[in-house]
Design a protein around this ligand. Sequence first.
Ligand SMILES: Nc1ncnc2c1ncn2[C@@H]1O[C@H](COP(=O)(O)OP(=O)(O)O)[C@@H](O)[C@H]1O
Ligand SMILES: N[C@@H](CC(=O)OP(=O)(O)O)C(=O)O
Length: 481
Amino acid sequence: MSAQPEPVSIPPHQPRLLVMKFGGTLMGSSRAIRHSASLVKRSTVLGTLVVVVVSAMTGVTNGLLKLADAAEAGDIAFANDEIAIMRNRHFTAAQELGAAPDSETVREIREMHETLRQAVYGVYLLRELTPRSRDLIVSFGERLSAPLMALALAQDGLKSHHLTGGQAGILTDSHFGNAKPLPTTYTRVKDRLDGLLGAGMTPVVAGFMGETVKGAISTLGRGGTDFTATIVGAALHADEVWTWKDVDGFMSADPRSVPRARTIVQLSYGEVMELAYFGAKVLHPLAVTPLQDHGIPLRVKSAADPDFAGTLVVADAVTLPGQSVKAVTAIKGVSIITVSGAGILGVPEVVADLFNTLARENITLLMVSQSSSMSNVSLAVQSASAERTVAALRTPLAGRQLQVDIQEGVAVLAIVGAGMRGTKGVAARLFGALATEDINILMISQGSSELNISVAIEEKDVDSATREVHGAFGLDGDVPA
Ligand SMILES: Nc1ncnc2c1ncn2[C@@H]1O[C@H](COP(=O)(O)OP(=O)(O)O)[C@@H](O)[C@H]1O
Ligand SMILES: N[C@@H](CC(=O)OP(=O)(O)O)C(=O)O
């Protein structure tokens, strides 16, 4: 009889199960993918089970959206050229990750590009790009990067198996472009991934997507791979979900515009949702929601410095004494739509109609303000949805004497932190900092949770405003600007 292997002893603090998410930057080239795979291996060698969730190679999602639009507009030559460039990029990465020309992975990548080409040709023939076909086309980014990660893991000696979001069990509603997981998702994901983990595999899930009950591919909204990772984390009751980044964690501002930004040690789920909603690109706004019920921690970790703890996101995050604000964040590319005129005066149903219409159209309102005389309502929306918003408002406004004005070139700046709850003088300090920079405030709003205060300002001022506000709340680090 052969000798039984020694049982693996796991040190007491070693996580049993981690979900690790790698975004577009960390999947951007064979070199980046190899490094990402090495971060997985660091944990698996210690006996931790890891489920990997990947995004498309950086730039691919935007490229797919652009070529889909081109096909709808009749420019099939441009669309085909873009597909060829993408195909080359994926083949090169596969080859650099050791795939032989006749390997299963290369065959799979070739087939996927062919299906993509056919889908895009269908859009061109019909001159129609529905949300459903856009989701199918854009999903190829993640579907093509998952086998690349599997190759890199194999090179590191790990057995792995890659799956689409639907194959991993993620079932969604039919809100193509912004789908939400159905409740059955969690048991389905558990059933499917437990089997693979039990067989000693490291599953690689293509992020950003699920599928509807009819089997159509749906996407979870831009940045949705974070959401995939937390759905999987919640389904498997993982010890933690780690999102690896090219930054040192969640920082007190976007380090690209504020060089003095520092890593935030801890954030609550609520603080993260506010930050993500107000433009901190680090996480999808809904990403922490699946983790909240089970209290599963999320860590934002630096791929360049894996021993650094990064930012821990938990229910009861610490707030240091005197730390009213933890971060400053901004959304650029905003428009303010103002509805005004006598027709709105004293007619509350008009306002109710406006909001109902916008909710039906799935338009996200970044800020809302209504004058107390009720003679005007201002709505801040992403400029990309401004036209759609104005078109949607036509019906509730029809036949009333109302004027609609649009102001473009706006940004929304927000300060976020649980410590501002009940702290006096926070708004005064914010407005003081903006006044120092001679910045005009177009709209103001404070969330009733007192977790944030947001202001709309002209976009040209937003970077200097962010730096000034960051300093005013004592967030500047030691790094010279
Ligand atoms: N508060 C913030 N903390 C850290 N990074 C931020 C913040 N706000 C914006 N960012 C930007 O988000 C980027 C990381 O997001 P993204 O590139 O979407 O990551 P991924 O490719 O992993 O999805 C960073 O490079 C950084 O410039
Ligand atoms: N690729 C998708 C999903 C995603 O989450 O990407 P990333 O992790 O690179 O932000 C997007 O660009 O929206």
